[in-house]
Design a protein around this ligand. Structure first.
Ligand code: ADP
Ligand code: MG
Length: 722
């Protein structure tokens, strides 16, 4: 048996459903199976077979439930649900007093786990009001205890690994398959690729031990330790790749930027506001990077409205006022890329207002046209110019600042002295697109990525491992906080009347829904949440007949999306019903109301970001959070939204209260569940990062670590295959 053998070769009695299930899980080889980890563990140490139950026991048991019905207990007329639970040793009656609905919630024939007290008389025992949970399978019955024959009676703690859900294949199958593989000596062929010194330093098990512990743990400490190792390993490999990338980037030199603080102060003094301390700090960090010979790679993370553009503009000033090397005239160039055309235009306008007092050309390039400031005929305004003309001026350096969309990264766009690349809303771009802009010529420009996506520090350090991090954790003063109200179903009508007053006085509104289309009623009963299309129809028909309503979602073409936003900006649309796509930083100051439907489905940080859409106005703004829930936990979470100072706080709140599954950014990150769990552990993430940094600095081509090198290749390869 080797890691590359197919599963079918060694498990030749696989049925059709098994094969389908394995295929769905993307498990082909023995190696795939070995590295397919349980998602959790169930303790089965206190489980009892039904035949052994005695009156007075507090028991946990697994079995199949049947004969469920509701009735009235005959003397007191108490409504009850009752049924029988059966395992291979016997059956016992179960009664729930005052909870008749349980009979309707659980289907006959389901596998369930029950925990409760055994009562009744010796001859007719029953379980009274047990807790019940439906499980996908029964972990053990007498005769077939997974751990029976290990002879370890002392060891009271027993674990049953539960593998990620899949129809057609049970956790028990996995368990036995793994045991068979272990027995066949599969572990003998395993070599650890993490340097032993690192394992030792952080007290992590070797790969072999970790595999045994993760699949067949005997105590909690073992499986925790194994999971820690695999999490570390994954984060470590990501960091290795990122640090290597950075190492390559830094091999090239960069432009040295002159930083004249006095002049810069004069420049920012013209802003119609005073920079916040956070903005000042961010500018300082960037300027410090500019002074070193290495190209900067920095991520600026700040809530919507925290003023990232002003930070960018201040640093662009220094770049623009620096002459190209060996010259005492001319300007170094900046490319500023944003995800949409409207945003590009908005930034073009802002930059004109920041730089118009200087003798500087600013260009705008999008797929629908190009502009240049200042215009020859009207020095105070911009003018349309042809693409070829613009490209010429960019190439000969006459346009030091070029703002644009994706159009900016086409081959035909060449710069004379590109010293600074700014990518706004960077999560909207793929890595490849980002790199295209950053990797021009043989000099690396300084790179500033900006994002409003509030993610916890651990996740940021991991996904953006190649970037240094700057947080803008302070909002400009004087903003009226958004009045946030959580509304459970009952309050709807009143809220609509409140909103009508806002609309009457000319304000506009966003309505955010979790889905685009109605779900297929036969397929997805559980996902009965509002959709953009239906909600827009309903609002038009029943609530806001007199207003113009439009929809916006990810399936609409980019060009149309831009047109819709443009019309919203021009107030031709009063109400925009959208999915969370409106996160993108388009500034519509007149939109002061946002309704978020199905709010329980969004992470807090994301809700906060959506709310940021209405933060830009001098008018009072409102956020109404509609939630279809009575759960006290959800209500508590939504309350946190009302008091939060910034998005990072909320991202951390979600990480510690709901777990990594709720994290915004999870999808983009491509991390496994195990690595996501590790995001709660800042020490581990920092350790993986600093070890990777050290290793890449000492041995950038991994020559001293052949196993590591091989594994990196393997992982790169599997990434490219996706
Ligand atoms: P974001 O971080 O979302 O990109 P912007 O840069 O678009 O935010 O800034 C949002 C608004 O706040 C803009 O209208 C900008 O002029 C204003 N602004 C930026 N910095 C400050 C400040 N220090 N004080 C007051 N207003 C500011
Ligand atoms: Mg912005």
């Amino acid at each position: 048996m080797t890691l590359d053998d197919t599963i079918e070769k060694h498990f030749n009695r696989l049925g059709h459903t098994h094969k389908q299930a394995l295929k769905k899980l993307n498990l082909v080889t023995i190696g795939d199976l070995l590295f397919h980890y349980p998602s959790r563990y169930e303790s089965i140490s206190d489980t009892k077979p039904i035949a052994d139950l005695k009156k007075g026991d507090t028991a946990v048991l697994y079995g199949k439930i049947h004969s469920l019905k509701t009735k009235k207990a005959f003397r007191k007329k108490t409504p009850i649900a009752e049924g029988f639970i059966e395992d291979s040793t016997g059956k016992i009656k179960v009664i729930w007093f005052h909870q008749p609905y349980i009979a309707k919630m659980i289907e006959n024939g389901s596998h369930v786990k029950l925990a409760g007290k055994v009562t009744g008389s010796e001859t007719s025992l029953y379980l009274a009001n047990p807790e019940i949970a439906v499980v996908s399978e029964i972990p053990l019955d007498t005769g077939d205890s997974l751990f029976k024959n290990n002879g370890d009676k002392q060891n009271k703690q027993m674990f049953y690994p539960v593998y990620p859900e899949s129809r057609g294949i049970t956790s028990r199958w996995f368990y036995h398959a793994i045991v068979k593989m272990f027995t066949n000596g599969i572990l003998d062929s395993i070599e650890d690729f993490v340097p032993p010194a690192i394992l030792k330093k952080y007290n992590l098990p070797t790969l072999k031990t970790a595999l045994v512990w993760i699949h067949t743990p005997k105590k909690t400490a073992d499986c925790m330790s194994a999971r820690k190792r695999f999490a570390f390993e994954e984060v470590f490999f990501i960091q290795l790749a990122k640090q290597k990338e950075r190492h390559e980037y830094e091999k090239k030199s960069s432009f040295k930027i002159n930083v004249d603080r006095k002049k810069l102060e004069n420049f920012t003094d013209r802003f119609p506001f005073k920079m916040t301390n956070a903005q000042q700090r961010a500018v300082d960090e960037i300027l410090n990077d500019f002074k070193t010979p290495l190209p900067m790679s920095r991520l600026l993370e700040g809530d919507v409205g925290s003023g990232k553009t002003a930070v960018a503009a201040s640093t662009v000033y220094s770049v623009t006022t620096t002459n190209p090397m060996g010259q005492d005239f001319g300007n170094l160039q900046t490319a500023y890329m944003v995800p949409t055309e409207i945003l590009a235009k908005q930034h073009f306008e802002s930059f004109i207002s920041y730089f118009s007092h200087m003798p500087i050309n600013i260009g705008l390039i999008t797929s629908s046209g190009c502009k240049k400031f200042p215009s020859k005929v009207d020095p105070g305004g911009a003018t349309d110019i042809s693409r070829s003309q613009l490209l010429k001026w960019v190439e000969n350096g006459e346009i030091p600042i070029l703002i644009g969309t994706h159009a900016l990264i086409q081959k035909s766009v060449k710069f004379e002295n590109l010293a600074y690349v700014i990518i706004d809303e960077q999560h909207r771009f793929g890595t490849a697109q980002r790199q295209k802009l950053a990797r021009k010529d043989n000099i690396s420009p300084h790179l500033l990525s900006m994002t409003a996506t509030p993610i916890p520090r651990t996740l940021a350090l991991t996904i953006y491992g190649d970037l240094d991090l700057t947080l803008l954790d302070e909002m400009p003063p004087g903003r009226k906080p958004v009045i946030t109200e959580t509304v459970l179903q009952a309050g709807r009508e009143k809220i609509y009347e409140k909103i009508r007053n806002e609309l009457k006085s000319g304000r506009q509104m966003y309505v955010i829904c979790p889905r685009i289309d109605e779900p297929d009623p036969k397929k997805e009963l559980a996902l009965n949440v509002k959709s953009v299309k239906e909600e827009a129809k309903r609002l038009k028909k029943d609530v806001f007949q007199e207003y113009e309503i439009e929809i916006l979602h990810s399936k609409i073409k980019p060009k149309e999306k831009d047109e819709i936003m443009e019309r919203f900006l021009k107030k031709e649309i009063n109400i925009l019903v959208a999915t969370s796509v409106v996160e993108v930083g388009v500034n519509v100051p007149n939109a002061t109301v946002i309704i978020i439907e199905g709010a329980e489905r969004f992470g807090l940080a994301q809700l906060h970001q959506l709310r940021g859409r209405v933060l830009r106005s001098t008018h009072q703004s409102y956020c109404f959070v509609f939630a279809d829930t009575k759960g006290s936990k959800t209500i508590e979470r939504l309350k946190a939204l009302q008091g939060a100072k910034n998005g990072f706080e909320l991202a951390e709140f979600d990480l510690s209260n709901r777990g990594s599954g709720e994290l915004y950014g999870r999808k983009q990150s491509g991390l496994s569940d195990i690595a996501m769990e590790a995001m709660k552990n800042i020490k581990m993430v920092e350790a993986a990062r600093s070890e990777a940094q050290k290793l890449v600095a000492e041995d950038p081509d991994f020559k001293k670590h052949p196993q590591l090198q091989q594994e990196i290749k393997k992982r790169e390869h599997s990434l490219h295959l996706e």
